[in-house]
Design a protein around this ligand. Structure first.
Ligand SMILES: C=C(O[C@@H]1C=C(C(=O)O)C=C[C@H]1O)C(=O)O
Length: 206
């Protein structure tokens, strides 16, 4: 299946829906994660963070004394179902994955899972390979040609693979964890970034 390109004329949520439909026909997927283009009415403190425009890294840095990126892994791994659907990839295709926790004053506040195909890692997104513990936001928001799609929101629950990865830094098991995702497009190559907001983000300075 060819990669998915988000043309300027086609709104990204049409792309989401198109891919979901194609994949639904091709596979008997038991469930499709519903990512909302409009944030449902939720607890205001989370809504504030989920709607943050611009660099999340910068917003967090402004509200803590010590900001660090804990790089969990950077490797070729299987995309999650909903990542594969959005990127139009076969379910088990290996994809380059960057997995980090953002820490503020030594507390984990965001789990981030970013994926890009190997082809595009060799191409427009080659700088990803050498990012290490520098925040991805530094790369994305400094590059004049990077375009960002609309944000989509989802309440991940224990059956979601990214929820399971995110709770590895927690000593509690929340009923759900709010997530958002968006595509960063560089020379028509999509990088899918999913961010899961952890409870301690609500304790940051106002
Ligand atoms: C996209 C941004 O970068 C943040 C840092 C990330 C990383 O270092 O991998 C991933 C997602 C974001 O939470 C941002 O700052 O908005």
């Amino acid at each position: 299946m060819s990669d998915i390109y988000v043309t300027n004329s086609e709104p990204v949520h049409h792309v989401f829906r198109k891919r979901a439909k194609i994949n639904r026909k091709e596979k008997s997927i038991s469930h499709i994660e519903t990512w909302h283009t409009i944030l449902p009415v939720i607890d205001r403190p989370y809504a504030h963070w989920l709607r943050t425009q611009g660099s999340l890294t910068l917003r967090i840095q402004e509200r803590c004394d010590k900001f660090t990126v804990h790089n969990v892994q950077n490797c070729m791994a299987s995309a999650t179902y909903d990542e594969a659907i959005l990127l139009g990839l076969p379910a088990r295709q290996k994809i380059y994955t960057r997995e980090v926790f953002l820490y503020a004053d030594d507390l984990p506040v965001v789990y981030a899972h970013s994926v890009v195909t190997a082809q595009h890692l060799r191409g427009p997104w080659h700088a990803l390979r050498h990012l290490g513990s520098r925040p991805l936001g530094e790369l994305l928001f400094a590059h004049p040609l990077v375009q960002r799609s609309a944000l989509h929101f989802h309440a991940t629950r224990p059956n979601h693979p990214l929820y399971q990865r995110a709770i590895s830094a927690l000593n509690i098991l929340p009923q759900k964890l709010w997530a958002r995702r968006s595509l960063f497009i560089l020379h028509r190559a999509p990088l899918l970034v999913t961010e899961i907001f952890l409870p301690d983000i609500l304790n940051l300075k106002k």
